[in-house]
Design a protein around this ligand. Structure first.
Ligand code: ZN
Length: 432
């Protein structure tokens, strides 16, 4: 190489050329934003009825505002807009997150409406994922994380997670450190718009542990556009004028963020962390085996040391107690740590091939194991009738129901029984 290349002039041109190349190269890629209209379908979110305007539900307001924001963004060729829903349906939290991660989105904006048991609170809040600074936000997170709306996959992925355990908090902090600054910047822009453009009360940028933000591998915020529980704000949220103002504010906030993003050459974080690919799911599901015991413990039993989502599976004479289920290595390791911290020092992760059918043998549901025969008036006998199979072994009556080839099928069978009011059953693996 010629030593001339070290002259300042050449370096200057070289840098300029490189920059131009970078800018043109960079301009090819669209800025992808995922807009997530909160709730939907049978999940109405918060809702109220007012004498003058009737019933209003969060799911309708979030959809309407989301579509308005999307339409504005779509006019800009630099943006690619992805919606988690465009109609009145309910995508699970897993679907929303997977969609965002799969599309390698640059931004995730989840749009919601707030509610309070009192009618006085009003104003806007924009959340990023994090640890609550105080307990006042907890109710918002509780409502938005409402477990009854989690589907089976969501439960595995999110609900086995105890957000109050110290290790979860540490993991959460590490996970979010990368997107924290960018998320804060976006949240600030949106709240500024609400306060300055719309003259609304901004209750500020806050942090909470929302399921829908937790697994996202991109800057993400959750906007609470106002309180449906407050008379004036409910009317504003339900009105065309209100929804137009709100969507413009969110749109302006996103545009300000995009400008900041472009100014910093595609990174809003001050010190970009090294590229880390999104975690790939494992082939197997992993449950944490807590213990094997001849005794049967129902959920809530002190023997389970406060852990929820424990699945007992009976094999032979032993009940094996499995905690949580995931196909992500990081979550599995976290679950194992939670189990050990709870006092199960010998806990180990066990791999399960999803939907694996047993070659020989089958799964059934043990409804009861009792020294005395169940009365013919008992609820289980009345409900399941001749589908309930009785067997006497060593002076104990075992009552079982159903036949499933895979564990997943057995879990569904057990859920059906649960819905019928037959609880505390155990999945039994019968090896022939
Ligand atoms: Zn909501």
């Amino acid at each position: 190489m010629n030593t001339d290349i070290k002259t300042p002039t050449f370096t200057k041109y070289f840098t300029l050329a490189f920059l131009l190349l970078f800018i043109f190269g960079g301009a090819q890629k669209k800025f992808t934003i995922v807009l997530d209209a909160g709730h939907g379908g049978s999940d109405h979110g918060s809702n109220r009825s007012y004498p003058d305007i009737g019933y209003i539900a969060e799911k309708d307001i979030t959809l309407s505002v989301t579509l308005k924001v999307g339409r504005m963004l779509e006019k800009d060729k630099d943006f690619k807009v992805i919606y988690t829903r465009k109609t009145d349906v309910y995508p699970s939290l897993t679907e929303r997150t997977d969609l965002a991660n799969r599309s390698k989105a640059d931004l995730f904006v989840s749009i919601h409406v707030n509610a309070n048991t009192k009618t006085s609170p009003y104003g806007t809040e924009t959340y990023l994922l994090g640890v609550a600074q105080n307990n006042t936000n907890l109710n918002v997170a509780k409502a938005e994380n409402e477990v009854i709306y989690l589907d089976a996959q969501d439960r595995q992925r999110f609900a086995s997670y105890d957000p109050t355990s110290p290790e979860s908090l540490i993991a959460l902090k590490l996970q979010q450190a990368r997107y924290r600054e960018a998320s804060t910047i976006l949240a600030g822009f949106i709240e500024d718009q609400f306060a300055n453009k719309d003259k609304r009360l901004s209750r500020g940028v806050k942090q909470e542990n929302f399921h829908v933000l937790r697994m996202n591998a991109m800057p993400s915020v959750l906007v609470e556009m106002g309180f449906i529980s407050n008379y004036d704000e409910a009317h504003y949220l339900a009105s065309e004028i209100g929804q137009n103002e709100i969507s413009e504010s969110i749109y302006n906030g996103i545009m300000s963020y995009k400008k900041a993003y472009d100014r910093r050459g595609g990174s809003v974080a001050a010190t970009p962390a090294p590229e880390k690919p999104a975690e790939q799911p494992l082939k197997n599901d992993f449950r944490i085996l807590l213990m094997s015991s001849p005794s049967k413990y129902n959920s809530g039993d002190p023997a389970l040391k406060g852990l929820n989502y424990v699945l007992p599976i009976k094999e032979g004479n032993l009940y094996k107690y499995y905690y949580a289920n995931t196909n992500l290595a990081s979550v599995r390791d976290n679950n194992l740590k939670t189990a050990k911290d709870a006092g199960f020092k010998n806990a180990v992760p066990i791999g399960f091939v999803p939907n694996q059918k047993l070659g020989s043998g089958y799964y059934t549901i043990e409804v009861a194991a009792t020294k005395d025969k169940l009365s013919s008036n008992s609820y289980a006998v009345q409900t399941l009738k001749d589908k309930l199979i009785r067997e006497k072994v060593n002076g104990v009556f075992y009552y079982t129901y159903g036949n499933a080839k895979s564990l997943e099928e057995a879990i569904d069978l057990q859920k059906d029984l649960d819905k019928k009011g037959i609880q505390n059953t155990v999945i039994q693996k019968v090896v022939k």
